[in-house]
Design a protein around this ligand. Structure first.
Ligand code: NIG
Ligand code: FE
Length: 413
């Protein structure tokens, strides 16, 4: 045995093999063992159970008395490769400008695109590596990262190459998403249709040939990409085998959720503007509704109806949306707290949403997202806490005590 964690106060989020997500009422039930042990072999969970039936001592042991041990977070929606920062827009919004108004004036995503185009791959890689190290220290074991600040073929490929380098060098599991349709770049000002044709005819074939993207995304919302253009992109992407994970219904009832479901999206994300029609569309689909409460907090958006989604039988996932414009934070423990405080999700539901359901929303549920024999031993060992509900409750504290990625303890910053 490579490692034995003993005396675990609460070992939480235990799932049988093959469980891919948890929906509806079941989200409020968390499987756990009090006073537990867990063993690791070859970077994977090899056993666990109550201390009353603990195995023989191992060479390497961790005493987790009073601690919660849980699967590392999966963060299924980020834009953490970016150049510079946008605190000036933050100040502009404090003074009264809206996110959409800033975007219309050439700020927002276009501001980040301008900086990204003039930043080298090495610099982007270095900055993003630091962000990865930061979120690993905050408990994240897997992260999805989008392109979308390049907005031309070469710059989008540059972003995707940086993500590939991060995949190759980080112990965090990473999925990459091509988000050419994040904003219309200056070269196509007032010509969204023309830019979408460029995405379909030039960018998508190049991205597919490079094999650098796992998924495709479109910012389908009022003021950004129309449902018609979203459908065009998703159809073209399907021909290359790229499954969608899309931005939808953040700024308006845009029809994005329905378009996503129709194109078998793995997830539809944001969803502040969700009503009964959208919930009905999601029911029975295999699309994961993914909520990003950090962006809603930062932009002062209304809350998505998480309670209605769950009581309607839907699963819900959480993501950070880590990006320089609408959520400059990738802390998933904080996202769980926001889900409890603002979306009225129970701690059990927030934990499901940030682990197994988030793993599903980025296609890593076979490897991560639960305490299951054979899954990667990418685990959070908290500081001593009264119990798991303390995690979203004490939302200002850093409660990560130790963090394992693939069975190896990492340095906590
Ligand atoms: O998810 N909504 C679209 N895109 C990002 C914002 C990116 C930015 O402002 O740079 C988001 O919130
Ligand atoms: Fe986003």
């Amino acid at each position: 045995m490579d490692l034995l964690i003993r005396n675990i106060g609460q070992l939480i989020q235990i799932q049988d093999p093959g469980v891919r997500m948890v929906a509806g009422e079941a989200m409020s039930r968390l499987n756990l063992i009090h006073d537990a042990w867990l063993s690791v072999d070859n970077g994977r969970i090899s056993g666990f159970g109550p201390m009353s039936r603990a195995p023989q001592p191992a060479d390497q042991e961790i005493d987790a008395s009073g601690c919660v041990v849980m699967p590392g977070f999966c963060d299924p929606h980020t834009h953490l490769v970016y150049a510079g920062s946008r605190e000036q827009e933050f100040v502009d919004r404090i003074r009264g400008l809206s996110y959409e108004e800033i975007a219309r004036r050439g700020g927002g995503i276009l501001n980040s695109a301008k900086r990204l185009r003039s930043t080298t791959e090495d610099e982007l890689f270095r900055d993003a590596s630091l962000r990865l190290r930061e979120i690993a220290s905050q408990g994240t074991a897997a992260v999805e990262i989008k392109s979308g600040y390049g907005l031309d073929t070469e710059s989008e490929l540059k972003m995707l190459r940086v993500i590939r380098r991060l995949k190759d060098t980080s112990a965090i599991t990473i999925k990459s998403t091509f988000l050419g349709a994040h904003a219309v770049p200056p070269e196509f000002r007032n010509d969204q249709d023309g830019y979408v044709s460029c995405i379909i005819e030039e960018m998508l074939p190049a991205v597919a040939a490079s094999r650098l993207a796992d998924y495709v995304d479109v910012f389908c919302d009022e003021g950004f990409f129309t449902t018609g253009n979203t459908a065009r992109i998703l159809e073209a992407a399907a021909a290359f085998g790229l499954r969608p994970k899309i931005h939808a219904n953040e700024l308006a009832c845009s029809g994005g959720i329905q378009i996503g479901v129709q194109h078998r999206a793995l997830s539809v994300d944001h969803l502040e503007w969700t009503g009964q029609a959208e919930i009905d569309a999601l029911k029975g689909s295999d699309t994961m509704p993914t909520l990003l409460p950090g962006a809603a907090l930062f932009l002062g958006l209304k809350s998505p109806p998480a309670r209605l989604m769950i009581s309607s039988g839907l699963p819900v996932a959480l993501g950070s949306d880590f990006n320089p414009g609408s959520s400059p934070a990738g802390n998933m423990m904080l996202m769980m707290a926001l889900a409890c405080i603002r979306l009225k999700m129970l701690p059990e539901e927030a934990i499901q949403a940030a682990t197994i359901n988030a793993a599903y929303a980025m296609g890593v549920e076979d490897e991560l997202g639960s305490i299951t024999i054979g899954k990667r031993a990418s685990l959070i060992i908290t500081k001593p806490v009264p119990g798991y509900a303390y995690l979203p409750y004490a939302y200002g504290s850093n409660l990560i005590g130790q963090m394992l990625l693939n069975g190896q303890l990492i340095e906590i910053q």
